[in-house]
Design a protein around this ligand. Structure first.
Ligand code: ZN
Length: 323
């Protein structure tokens, strides 16, 4: 039998689940803003896993993943502990936007937070101190906003750091098939938690407004893969035969203004010179064809099919290697 699992006043005995809310702030009229927290405390000892979503307020796929995982987890069959926070950026979520309308910040630039900081920094601090630091490994579920993107997972730690290896392994076991291995900006959970010795990844579950069933399914499989690999659940992870790693992106920019007809599809492996998209005039005549400047993977494309000169038509993952 393990210990009681506790995040502030919310607590679960071994073999039990608990759900509750942390009063995280007050709105302008004094109404409390609440942060939902779920705890699943396995009947057997094992690692502690921290999982969060909606750190960016308009990224809904991760929440759908957490709800499915919570439905499937039976504390009687779990060896270890799961802490899940399905809505981190409560203010941004209310406004259907990535940034908090209270302080204009992106939560994923605010970790590990500050006790006396702005709204987002205070939320990040409470979560980091009281939940994240209990974990042996973390997953911060994101997506490429509403812009269509491949389902991928990001390693945000500097490659020279020792913990990089553990983070890349976490990404491999997540098993979504496409990995960005590139040091992220300051304030990302996937950088700050590894600084405390906690391997962390940032899955990016596609891009869409609302929910995408395929991306959500891949996210659920990824989380279950980790739970199996690290011994919290019985069974073996389901991994693709080959996974691809890129180390950054190239932006494909329109030179002409017009309407975009894509000739490549997301996930396509492109050789140098392969056509990615035509920019066409209002009559349908081709103004230019944009090609891959080097070997790459078609990673994301614009939300709307009309672009101006210098506007991004899509991004390509570069320096592709297989894992
Ligand atoms: Zn995000």
């Amino acid at each position: 039998m393990g210990d009681v699992l506790r995040v502030e006043h919310i607590r679960a005995d071994p073999g039990r689940t608990a759900r509750g809310y942390l009063d995280i702030a007050e709105l302008r009229d004094g109404t409390p803003a609440r942060l939902p927290v779920a705890l699943v405390n396995g009947v057997q000892d094992g690692p502690t896993f921290y999982l969060q979503s909606i750190s960016d307020g308009d990224e809904m796929n991760g929440l759908a993943v957490i709800r499915q995982i919570l439905k499937r987890l039976d504390p009687g069959a779990l060896a270890g502990q799961v802490i899940a926070v399905p809505i981190v950026n409560v203010h941004a979520f209310q406004a259907h936007q990535a940034f908090s309308p209270i302080d204009g910040k992106k939560m994923n630039r605010c970790f590990p937070g500050r006790k006396d900081g702005t709204s987002s920094e205070r939320i990040a601090h409470r979560l980091f101190q009281n939940a994240v630091l209990q974990a042996d490994f973390c997953v911060d579920l994101h997506q490429g906003g509403i812009r269509p993107m491949v389902d991928e997972v990001r390693v945000r730690v500097d490659r020279r750091k020792r913990i990089h290896r553990a983070c890349l392994e976490l990404a491999r076991i997540f098993g979504i098939g496409y990995i960005l291995d590139s040091r992220g900006p300051d304030g990302q959970l996937a950088r700050c938690a590894p600084d405390e010795g906690i391997p962390t990844i940032d899955p990016e579950l596609g891009g869409c407004p609302g929910w995408d069933a395929t991306s959500i399914k891949k996210g659920v499989t990824g989380v279950e893969n980790l739970l199996k690999h690290y011994g919290l659940l019985k069974g073996e992870p389901i991994l693709p035969e080959e996974q691809f790693v890129v180390d950054g992106f190239l932006s494909l920019l329109a030179n002409r203004g017009g309407f975009v007809n894509y000739r490549a599809r997301l996930y396509d492996h492109l050789r140098k010179g392969d056509a990615v998209a035509d920019v066409t005039d209002p009559f349908g005549e081709v103004l230019e064809t944009l090609v891959a400047p080097e070997e790459s993977i078609f990673w994301s494309h614009a939300l709307r099919p009309a672009v101006a000169t210098g506007e991004c038509v899509g991004t390509l993952g570069k320096n592709v290697r297989s894992l």
